[in-house]
Each structure stands twice: as structure tokens, then as C-alpha cells.
Design a protein around this ligand. Sequence first.
Ligand SMILES: Cc1cc2nc3c(=O)[nH]c(=O)nc-3n(C[C@H](O)[C@H](O)[C@H](O)COP(=O)(O)OP(=O)(O)OC[C@H]3O[C@@H](n4cnc5c(N)ncnc54)[C@H](O)[C@@H]3O)c2cc1C
Ligand code: SF4
Ligand code: SF4
Length: 479
Amino acid sequence: MAVREGNSEIKELFETVVDGGYCIGCGACAAANDSPIEMNLDEYERFQATLVPETNRSSPSISLESVCPFSAKSLDEDRIGEELFGRDCSYRDRVGYYLATYAGYVAEGNFRDGGSSGGLGTWIAAKLLKENLVDGIVHVHPRQPTAEDSRLFAYQLSLSVEDVQKGAKSRYYPVEMSAAIEIIRHRPGRYAFVGIPCFIKAVRLLMRQDPLLNERIQFCIGLVCGHLKSAAFAKLLAWQCGIEPDKILAFDFRKKLPGADANKYGIEVTGVKDGQIVTVTSPVRDLYGADWGLGFFKYKACDYCDDVLAETADLSIGDAWLPQYLKDSRGTNVVVVRHRDLQKPIEQAIDAGDLKLERIDPDEVAKSQRSGFRHRREGLAYRLYLADKTRQWRPPKRVKPEAKHLDRSERQRFSLRILLADRSHSAFKDATDRGQLSVFQARMMPLVQEYELASLPPRPPLWRRIRSRLKKYYVRLFG
Ligand SMILES: Cc1cc2nc3c(=O)[nH]c(=O)nc-3n(C[C@H](O)[C@H](O)[C@H](O)COP(=O)(O)OP(=O)(O)OC[C@H]3O[C@@H](n4cnc5c(N)ncnc54)[C@H](O)[C@@H]3O)c2cc1C
Ligand code: SF4
Ligand code: SF4
């Protein structure tokens, strides 16, 4: 590839991040002025950076490696956070910089019912517009799929509160930012950008190099993130509801089910079934592959990410997966505020009763993402160790490579998770190529069973089992 030969930076970006499988498909490298990179879905329906055809190639105006959240040349979240928030905020491991941390929900209007969780994601975006702090919100909306482009969601610019509300809810689905950044570049104004942590990091890196973006993007709103899914995730769930993968018209990943715990939510899919447009709702627990712990359709990059709470965002929002909030099916947010201009409207809205937020300790916010942190701290340390042992290139991380902190069965579980994610992509492609959902389940079953076995609590040692049997025997004989 000529551009790889001609431009050592692009060559390096492809040979490390992209060819190594660490591209999250954010589109930051394609968003740079005159970039020779464009974003395309790969055979497993994940956005990936690709080089534009040779005849149309240009030279980028900025360093593409330094805007990539996974390259060795970009700053890490601590450095970016320190630059942005170091003067005003306190710092806590795992949470990053913070001014205030809360849990709660939106009491005003229908934000909570319309949102995935407590509705704060949409409320803050609407508030920024209403208070004239920004002119537009760049976030992810549903889109009408077509024969040429079957995507169900994409980044879009909202200029009114009504439009912002139409974009509510979480999309566990591949999206990329290059077209949205182009809009910001060509349309003078002040914007807020909503994204998952690696996208926010990439936007910050773009802003450091591009003064126009730096001037126009006023706020970054981050979503807490477990991992990103390929488009196959929506297709697998829809297929089980009787809607074939290429017949989906709309998808709600977070349908609230009244009376159920907040984490026992459902999905709602609309599509064509037997020639009719139908809408089907199902609790996620009834659907194969919806268990996030199995990590089906996860991007490899997510296994090499250490930012759970969007540490470079002005405000981070997630689900309060804590026992005291789970019983409420309407959903509860955890919130980390890092920017004073966002703390003010939040505190005013608490006083006015529009927000029901209580202050919680930053460690409680981290606790709400306990399994996410386990996977991206202890698990990541082990994956880094494995990559280094086999001398593979991998992105530099804030976590140090290590294996000794895990026992044998934990190491086995983390290794199996890598295999589960990897196999799910090709297994689903096989299933769709053959038009049989059962192909997917058959290919995944041996690994899933192995994983479930490895996840069982360890058996007590033989002497303890014998002692306990003898005790029971003794009680039965002598009372
Ligand atoms: C891929 C992914 C993984 C997540 N993993 C976790 C997790 O492990 N733990 C956790 O606590 N929370 C996680 N979240 C966040 C959670 O699902 C909710 O989005 C969050 O709690 C906000 O809910 P809300 O009701 O306040 O927001 P809502 O009022 O529903 O607003 C959500 C806002 O986010 C925007 N948005 C939705 N999806 C995307 C996207 N993919 N990229 C950019 N913007 C988007 C919407 O357009 C909307 O503006 C994840 C979100 C995503 C997208
Ligand atoms: S900037 Fe984003 S799209 Fe480009 S190579 Fe890096 S992760 Fe992939
Ligand atoms: S886990 Fe990390 S890399 Fe994966 S989507 Fe979330 S923020 Fe991005």
C-alpha cells in the first residue's frame, strides 16, 4: 500500500492499532482534515479505519497517531484529565478527576421514562440548549435503514429539545464520528458531544490539535462503558424474537419493564415478520447471548481499555448498579461532574426538585461498575501479560501487566472471555451465511459451557468434603 510506504505515521497506525485488531472504529483519524482514512464496516459489522482508494488520497493536516485513543503516540486519560481538570478537581483512582459525584434520576418531565437509566443524559443535553450554553448536541439517533445502508443508528446533530429527546436511550451498536465532526467543522456554533469513553478521549485528542474544534466543542458528555458490540448483537437478539437479521427496522436496547429490577430490562425490536411489520418485546434474560459477562460481539479494543467512567468527559453518566437502587425499574443514574459550568445547573435543578440526586462517595460510583472494573483492571493486567509474553504489539495502558494476582481458575475465565468474544464474530457470520440461528448456538456452546464450568465456585478440598459427609452421617445416626 503506497500511502503506508509514503507516510510512516499512517503505516505505523495501521501496523499497530488497525492490523493488531485494536481499532474501536471511532473515526477520529478519518475526521482529521484531509485524512486519507475513511470508516467502513468490516465483515463482522464493526466500524474499522480503512485507507481511501489510492487515487483519492490526500495528506492529513495533523498527526493521526496522536488522535487515536489506542495508539502509542496519544496521551493517556490521566494526562488529558490533568490538563483539563487538574486545577479545579480532586482525583480518585478509577473515577479520575471529579468535582462532585451523585446518584439519582430526573424528576422533571418524561426524561426518566424516555431514557435508558435515570434520564440524565438527555436532561443535561436539553438543559445546555435551553440555557443557551450550546447551539447543538452531537449524539446518536435511530436512523431508517435502507437497502444500501442497513445501519440502525448514527451520530446526528440535534438543534432543539424535541430532537434531543428523540435521541434518548443507549445504543449498544457500532457508530463512528467522522461525519459528525465534519458537520461541526462546517457549521459555526457551540456544541456538546456525547460519547462512550474512548470516543470522548479521541475528541479531546482531536481538539488538542484542531483549534476550530477546540473552540466549537464546549462540553463532552461521557457514558460509562462496559464494552461496545458489533451490529450482530442487535441481529442475534432480533432473530430470537422471530425477526431475521436483515429485516430489522428499529431497536430499543433498554426497554424498561415495570416491576422488574432495573438491570432486568428488556429489548424491543420492530421489523418485518411474515410480510408484516411487527414489534416484539422480550426480557433480556430470556435471550441467548444477552449476558454481558460472556462478551459476545465485543471489539478486541475493549479488552485493552482502562477507562470505564469516561475520565476525560466534563460529565459522566452511567447506571447505578448498586443494591439500594436496583429495585426501581425506572432506572437510576450515577453521575460524575468535572466542569463547574455543568455543576451549577445540576445543583440549581436539585434545589428546584427537577433532579432527585444525592451526593455519594466517588468510590461508590466505582463500586456501581464493579464487574467492569474487575475486567478492566485485574483482567486487563492479565491480558497485557499474555500479549507481552507472546511479544505482540499492544496499546500502552495505565495498568501494569501481571499474572500472579489471579489464581488458575480466574486466569482460565479471563482467557476464555477473549475466545468467546473472538469466536462470536465468525460464528454469527456462519449462522447468517447459512440462514440458521442454531449454527451460532452450536458453535458457541462448547466455549460457553467451559466458561460456565470455570465460573463455578471452587470445590472445597477432599479432606473438608469427607469431614462434612461424616458430620452429616453422625447427625443422622445420633440426632
Ligand atoms: C456501548 C455502551 C456501553 C455501556 N456500558 C455501560 C456500563 O457498563 N455500565 C453503565 O453503568 N452504563 C453503561 N452505558 C451507559 C448506559 O447504558 C446509559 O447510556 C447511561 O446510564 C445514560 O442513561 P440516561 O438514561 O441518563 O441517558 P438517556 O437519556 O437515555 O440518554 C443517552 C444519551 O446518550 C446518547 N447515546 C446513546 N448511545 C450512544 C453511543 N453509542 N454513542 C454516543 N452516544 C450515545 C443518546 O443519543 C443520548 O443522548 C453504556 C452505554 C453504551 C452506549
Ligand atoms: S482513531 Fe479510531 S478509527 Fe482511527 S485507528 Fe484509532 S481507533 Fe481506529
Ligand atoms: S470498553 Fe473502552 S474501548 Fe470499548 S467501547 Fe467502551 S470505552 Fe471504548
